[in-house]
Write a protein of this length. Structure first.
Length: 114
């Protein structure tokens, strides 16, 4: 399983970013997918998840600002992040639970300046 996240960067508070995750090695359409993030000194936390039938869930801190989506044909996962705040600064990872094991891609850094 390979998950490659991209799209991070340095932005100012209030701006937007769109993260992408390209998946390979799995039958993408059969798996729920998630975005997690980890800020310095903090535990990794779930940001958003999307099921195979496109039901979504979000952390309370990002509801109304972030949108998760997927394209099963392209085997891609996205996270549209609007109204970014300094507390959103973290490394963002895409995640899949595959055959009972957690798989994390290489993360992408998001830094939001105030």
């Amino acid at each position: 399983v390979q998950l490659q996240a991209s799209g991070g960067g340095l932005v100012q508070a209030g701006e937007s970013l769109r993260l992408s995750c390209a998946a390979s090695g799995i039958n993408f359409r059969l798996y729920d997918m998630d975005w997690y993030r980890q800020a310095p000194g903090k535990e990794r936390e779930l940001v958003a998840g999307i099921t195979t039938d496109r039901s979504t869930r979000y952390a309370e801190s990002v509801k109304g600002r972030f949108t998760i989506s997927r394209d099963n044909i392209r085997r891609s996962l996205w996270l549209q992040m609007n109204s970014l705040q300094p507390e959103d600064t973290a490394v963002y990872y895409c995640h899949v639970l595959f055959r009972g094991n957690d798989h994390w891609g290489r993360g992408t850094q998001v830094t939001v300046s105030s």
